[in-house]
Design a protein around this ligand. Structure first.
Ligand code: ZN
Length: 303
């Protein structure tokens, strides 16, 4: 009797592990999981937190045949009915400061392995800047025990974003998640909210890019005549949204405003040749320049 129970338990554990395995597999990350480059005097490291698929049904303003045509034009298989998806996190070394922009999905995801592969210690990160409060951006603020994953970092976020997610307007579960992720930093007096136009730190400025979420924004670093704009979730599907910036995603809280913001920031960046963009959901490593085409825009990766 006892042996049967033990065998049953072992079988259950085996099945549970077999089911969980694809989620924890290292193949769900870019390989190698980091990419280093320079922008002016800044060292920029792209870190792969995860890869996924983005279904055609996530697109607003482009039907399935349109999405299939866009996939085909990019050399992808339209029968997949989805595009490759990415979650990239960016680390900027500016003078002696290590700055992380967003934190990926959380402790189960790939950021830890990517940081380790890039030779970066969590405790050396002094600043974490948040583009917005979706789970794939704030999840990595805490470890499995709910404690600060970046013990020596100050965390910055726009006041508008903070107010929305911690208000009754936000979906309850997401509000709880945001509260939990920020709690250890608040308790330690290391959580700082800023208004649009206020100085954050001397080496960075906030670019409001509202629409995806109410307080969504990018972080601009300038160095040696060049700039880096970490633009968060302006683009989720590279294969569609440069050629057609009017297409939003179901993830955009205000899809119309998100499309307007996308179009205007692309217009601006395509006129400024010296700005490198870093995008969370662009194909890894997600670094490049926005360029103008006859019809709209395109993205040229840097290497
Ligand atoms: Zn995102």
């Amino acid at each position: 009797m006892g042996i049967i129970v033990i065998l049953m338990k072992l079988l259950f554990i085996f099945l549970a592990l077999a089911l969980l395995w694809p989620l924890s597999s290292a193949s769900a990350q870019a390989n190698p999981p980091y990419f280093k480059t320079r922008v002016g005097d800044l060292e920029v490291i792209a870190l792969s937190d995860a890869t996924s698929r983005m279904g055609f049904d996530l697109l607003i303003g482009l039907d399935s045949p349109g999405a299939a045509a866009a996939a085909k034009a990019s050399g992808l298989n339209p029968d997949d009915k989805s595009f490759p998806g990415f979650v990239n996190v960016f680390l900027v070394k500016i003078k002696d400061n290590l700055v992380l922009i967003d934190t990926g999905n959380g402790p189960q995801s790939g950021l830890s392995a990517a940081l380790e592969a890039a030779g970066v210690k969590r405790e050396d990160i002094k600043y974490v800047f948040l583009t917005h409060f979706h789970g794939d951006h704030i999840g990595g603020l805490i470890d499995q025990l709910g404690q600060a994953a970046f013990k020596n970092a100050k965390v910055y976020a726009s006041k508008l974003e903070d107010e929305y997610w911690l208000s009754a307007e936000a979906p309850f579960e997401r509000r709880k998640r945001a509260e939990k992720a920020l709690a250890p930093y608040k308790e330690a007096g290391k959580y700082i909210k800023f208004n649009e136009g206020e100085t954050i730190e001397s080496f960075v400025s906030f670019t409001p890019l509202y629409g995806h979420t109410p307080g969504h924004g990018g972080y601009l670093f300038e160095s040696g005549g060049e700039s880096l704009l970490v633009w968060g979730d302006i683009v989720h599907v590279k294969y569609v949204q440069f050629a057609n910036p009017a297409v939003s995603l179901t993830y955009d809280i205000d899809p119309i405003k998100a499309a307007q913001t996308r179009n205007s920031i692309m217009e601006k960046l395509s006129d400024q040749k010296n700005v490198v963009v870093a995008g969370t959901h662009l194909p890894f490593p997600g670094l490049g320049r926005v360029v103008k085409t006859n019809k709209a825009f395109d993205f040229e990766f840097i290497n």
